[in-house]
Design a protein around this ligand. Structure first.
Ligand code: SAM
Length: 281
């Protein structure tokens, strides 16, 4: 449910706080509050949830998350020029918005969050991919978050949801889909942003599964998938030669023809391969 917050339009916020976009910080802002509310709705039912937002900038998505009913938002922003604009939002939603000025790659947000926790962000793409990999590879599963709703370059979004047999299929797809449901929730043209980036974007929504889709040791699976896709054009009996002695036996045990290429192998088969290797190590 949307609420009216009496905050000024984002173009006015940007002008009054002189928030000219900085390329070095990957700043491409969303100024259409209908769109930011729509993105916030992709994050699921926010009532009763704390939301971690990385890179709020002038606060378009922050406002969307709060107007769509988030219990609390913790926003981590590197650019201190954005803080006055974010403070204004905090005043419109007393007690619901906490702002931390810093680098999301260096801050542990957990001390400030109470479960259930969802994560939402429109981030520079390089930071987004690094955080996604971190959020998908915690020591314990299930992770501290229930869902991730993240903006990516369209090409990266396609790599996250890719299926076997496609060019986009690889480590990111396997990592994401092993322990989460992943879908593209929205596609956005460059013109949705100010200034417009060179490429199209997409919002990816990931929901954490209670347990991995197929049993496997995380480190072994990661090592096998990395080796297989590092030489994705080679047959697996060659690309995985150093992954385990008797690799052909393991491939056969997992039901994978040793002449197959990584691109054709399903997540289930990669997990079976990882189990076979782990059981004999
Ligand atoms: N969420 C806002 C929106 O949708 O309009 C801004 C999006 S802009 C693509 C990315 C934001 O992330 C910028 O405000 C930038 O300053 C911030 N940022 C970049 N690197 C960051 C980092 N390492 N930690 C936290 N914020 C970062």
């Amino acid at each position: 449910m949307s609420v009216i917050d009496n905050l000024p339009p984002l173009r006015e916020v940007i002008a009054s706080h002189q928030l000219s976009a900085r390329k070095s910080l990957g700043q491409n802002f969303l100024l259409d509050l209908n769109l930011t509310a729509k993105i916030a709705r992709q994050a699921g039912d926010l009532s009763g949830c704390d939301v971690l937002e990385i890179g709020p900038g002038p606060g378009g998505l922050t406002r969307g998350l709060l107007s769509e009913g988030a219990r609390r938002v913790l926003a981590i922003e590197k650019d201190q020029r954005c803080l006055p604009a974010l403070d204004q939002i905090a005043q419109a939603y007393p007690g619901q918005l906490t702002i931390i000025n810093g680098d999301a790659l260096e801050i542990d947000p957990l001390a400030h969050l109470t479960p259930p926790i969802r994560i939402a962000a429109n981030l520079p793409y390089n930071v987004g991919t690094e955080l996604l990999v971190r959020w998908l590879t915690p020591k314990e599963w299930p992770p501290f978050w229930q869902s991730l709703t993240l903006m990516f370059q369209r090409e990266v979004a396609e790599r996250i949801v890719a299926q076997p047999g496609s060019k986009a299929y690889g480590r990111l797809a396997l990592l994401a889909q092993w322990r989460a449901d992943a879908k593209i929730a929205l596609s956005l043209p460059p013109g949705a942003f100010t200034p417009p980036p060179k490429v199209s974007s997409a919002v990816v929504h990931l929901t954490a599964l209670e347990k991995p889709r197929f049993e496997a040791d995380a480190a072994t699976l990661s090592r096998v998938v990395a080796a297989a896709f590092n030489q994705r054009r080679k047959m697996l009996r060659a690309s995985l030669k150093s992954a385990a002695p008797d690799i052909e036996d393991h491939l056969n045990a997992a039901g994978i023809p040793p002449t197959e290429r990584a691109e054709q192998v399903s997540l289930e088969a990669f997990c079976a391969l990882a189990r076979s290797i782990k059981n004999h190590s």
